[in-house]
Design a protein around this ligand. Structure first.
Ligand code: S3P
Length: 427
């Protein structure tokens, strides 16, 4: 795939359904009694992995275009899968489904592709084991995970890192456990699970960074609609902010504040972004966005991002690294050790590729520093099979001096199969 520099970006897009939310509604629908209908479900490979695993647990799943229908007799009726559960590239699938498997009365094995089989699972093995699950990792803490389900009991658990996957895993397990489960979250992470639970008839109480559920509970099947994925929108937002003659419209974008840290920072720094038509889908805030080239932003954007800002924009760092090349004060990202544990080591992937495109950058164990006012040259990008690296560096190609070539562009289908068509339609 070769991306050519452009001088203009114009047009209008509707984003695919949010990937994080799609996983959650599918899993909650599978746990509920009856037929759950979900519209604007993500067509990403990751969410298809979740649906495939749920089918293997005996659930009736029908899909047509962006609509998904899940028929279930409730979480007590999951069936022992006849084969391995394959989570593909999806960390959310393995970490959330492990909760369901831990409470089901059979043994099963869940694994992923080469990248997922190198991602840390101790973070879910520890709390689920405390709740009474038996989980064996074939090697160290990595998938495949062999899970023998049992009656779980509620726990009080303080999250050792900001992770919505771990938080959601413990809360889901708590719904099937005896007694109360409390999750303490010192640094807030995305809260889609918390917002969804009441729609499935689950009582969740929240006070002073503590989330509580009382199990076991029966969940009610419902009808849900999924907002557009902010983490997909961000590539177009950054592109429009940087291409000189740009004016684009993004429709139906999910703007849950626990996801939109980067948007807030951009707005506070003078980016020409307009939010219109605010509304809600199932307690998830949604709006339309108009984005135009923004010179002032380059002068005012903060020179350093770290600490509590990071979890709120963790998936947006590759796109932000591309924006950083143009900032008048450069950008230092610190406190991002978690970035090394994503679909690729995202600190390394960003640093290697900025250098491949002639940009100076310094690497830290927990982040990187991009010096101010740099011009992206052309060159070859190694995606490392990471969808967000491919999409971020496709945007780099739009503002480079020469074409940019991506080595494995099809990896975008992990979250956004139509990404290149949509990008082309604007340029
Ligand atoms: C996700 C949470 C984040 C994020 C990932 C999706 C989720 O991971 O990076 O892309 O759906 O809960 P962590 O929970 O590891 O921070």
């Amino acid at each position: 795939m070769i991306i050519q520099p452009v001088s203009c970006l114009r047009g209008e897009l509707t984003l695919p359904g949010d990937k994080s939310i799609s996983h959650r509604y599918a899993i909650l629908g599978a746990m509920a009694n009856g037929t759950t209908r979900i519209s604007q479900f993500s067509q990403s490979e990751d969410c298809q992995s979740t649906l495939r695993c749920l089918k293997k647990l005996g659930l009736g799943i029908r899909q047509s275009k962006n609509e998904v229908e899940i028929q279930s007799a409730g979480w007590k009726r999951f069936q022992k899968p006849r084969e391995l559960l394959d989570a593909g590239n999806s960390g959310t699938t393995v970490r959330l489904l492990s909760a369901l498997l831990s409470a089901s009365p059979f043994a099963s094995t869940i694994q992923g592709d080469d990248s997922l089989n190198r991602r840390p699972m101790e973070r879910i093995i520890r709390p689920l084991t405390q709740m009474g699950a038996r989980i064996e990792a074939v090697q160290d803490e990595y998938p495949p995970l062999r899970i023998t389900g049992s009656q779980l009991r509620g726990i009080h658990y303080r999250l050792p890192m900001a992770s919505a996957q771990v938080k959601s895993c413990v809360l889901l397990a708590g719904l099937m456990a005896q007694g109360e489960t409390t999750v303490v979250e010192d640094v807030p992470s995305r809260d889609h699970t918390e917002r969804a639970l009441p729609f499935f008839d689950v009582v969740l109480t929240e006070a002073e960074q503590q989330l509580k559920v009382k199990g076991p509970v029966s969940l009610k099947a419902v009808q849900m609609e999924i907002p557009g994925d902010f983490s997909a929108a961000v590539f177009f937002i950054v592109a429009a902010l940087l291409v000189p003659d740009a004016e684009i419209y993004l429709r139906r974008v999910g703007v849950n504040p626990s996801r939109t840290g980067l948007l807030t920072l951009l707005e506070d720094s003078g980016a020409r972004v307009e939010r219109t038509n605010p509304r809600e889908f199932n307690a998830e805030p949604v709006c339309d966005l108009k984005i135009c080239f923004s010179h002032e932003l380059l002068r005012r954007f903060p020179a350093e991002i770290s600490g509590k800002w990071l979890p709120n924009m963790i998936d947006e760092i590759p796109a932000l690294a591309v924006l950083a090349t143009r900032l008048e004060r450069g950008l230092r990202v610190r406190g991002g050790e978690e970035l090394r544990k994503k679909e690729s080591d995202r600190i390394k992937s960003v640093v290697v590729n900025l250098r491949n495109l002639g940009v100076q950058v310094e690497e830290y164990p927990d982040g990187f520093f991009v010096p101010p006012n740099q011009q992206i040259q052309g060159g070859r990008v190694q995606t490392f099979g990471d969808h967000r690296i491919a999409m971020a560096f496709a945007v780099a190609g739009l503002i480079a001096t020469q074409p940019v070539e991506l080595d494995h562009p099809s990896c975008v289908s992990v979250s956004f199969p139509e990404f290149f068509e949509r990008l082309q339609s604007l340029s």
